[in-house]
Design a protein around this ligand. Structure first.
Ligand SMILES: [Ca+2]
Length: 329
């Protein structure tokens, strides 16, 4: 029974649920919701986000590697999805202790995973993520159709990833930023060489949370590099990435056009995996430094509460990696 555990999350348009402060993460599908392949948008509409972040430039150096694992602590990932098959490895269920990481009534984790490593034709049918090849490791932290998770299971997921030597952990959930257990888990991961990418939240309001050095908090932007209206702001926001109108895989062999900081977080995780595929020698601090220092400054000059250091930019990251030694942090 989980009744004495603090609730952490909530996703998919379940706006009626009592949200845990503004830090709660709400994943909102676009009004069209999940679309079938036959109804998919144009190739240009599907690929805008990886063009925006300069992924094609980085692909001249590396298109990803199955040696790089990205732990997705979420609602499970549909490994049998036609566009994920081969890029999803075995994971763990932290709710029931089994190895069952298939989605149970909630496609949130499958949507997140698609942006990291879906492998449909990126000029044609299907969904395509930032990595042609990667190993998405599903860490299932919710068996509920609502997607709701508790912080104890979530912290377990992050610590397990650290013990597995996983370098990138994606947490597209809210409520964890200022949770002491989660902060300790993030630090544990960081000290073992991994980086936690975490959603800055979808409430569209300012949170007066400090910048926590062992997590990268991600906000969302749109195709014009405006801050997405739902994206939270505050001193804790480290970086932003596309999170509006994101075409991705969905559970049930489907596809979705979705929006939210969940998706923006997945883009940064995908970028981190891509960077590690080219430079597996980077420490967690160096990986963080590459992401932050290569980000395109937006809004007011320098770091600001809306964009953090700026919008993720893999073209600049590529230039930074080629320029010489990477700063430690
Ligand atoms: Ca700025």
């Amino acid at each position: 029974m989980k009744t004495n555990k603090a609730k952490l999350l909530l996703i998919t348009a379940v706006l009626a649920l009592p949200l845990r402060r503004a830090a709660a993460e709400v994943f909102l599908p676009e009004p069209d919701g999940a679309r079938t392949r036959a109804e998919e948008p144009s190739a240009a509409d599907k690929r805008w986000f990886f063009d925006k972040v300069g992924a094609p430039a980085f692909w001249t150096l590396s298109r990803g590697s199955r040696a790089v694992k990205v732990l997705v602590c979420d609602t499970g990932v549909e490994a049998s999805h036609p566009d994920l098959r081969g890029n999803v490895g075995p994971g763990k269920n932290f709710v029931d202790g089994t190895d069952n990481t298939a989605p149970t009534g909630n496609g949130h984790g499958t949507r997140v995973a698609g942006l990291i490593g879906a492998r449909g034709g990126h000029d044609g049918a299907g969904a395509f993520g930032l990595n042609y090849e990667v190993t998405v490791v599903p860490g299932k932290i919710s068996n509920a159709a609502s997607g709701e998770a508790v912080h104890t299971d979530t912290a377990k997921c992050v610590r397990w990833g650290a013990d597995q030597g996983i370098r990138v952990v994606n947490l597209s959930y809210g409520g964890a930023l200022d949770n002491p257990d989660m902060q300790a888990a993030a630090k544990y991961l960081y000290e073992k060489g991994g980086l936690l990418l975490i959603s800055a939240g979808n409430a569209g309001e300012r949170l007066d949370l400090p910048d926590y050095p062992y997590m990268l908090a991600v906000g969302g932007t749109d195709a014009l590099d405006w801050k997405s209206p739902w994206s939270n702001t505050g001193p804790y926001v480290d970086i932003t990435a596309p999170g509006s109108n994101m075409y991705t895989t969905d559970a049930g062999g489907k596809y979705a056009v979705s929006r939210g900081a969940s998706l923006a977080t997945a883009v940064v995780s995908g970028a981190a995996a891509l960077i590690l595929s080219a430079r597996p020698d980077l420490t967690a601090g160096e990986l963080k430094a590459v992401l932050l220092r290569s980000a395109l400054d937006l809004g007011t000059p320098g770091r600001d509460e809306a964009f953090g250091e700026g919008r993720v930019d893999l073209k600049k990251a590529l230039e930074l990696l080629k320029a010489g030694p990477v700063p430690a942090n």
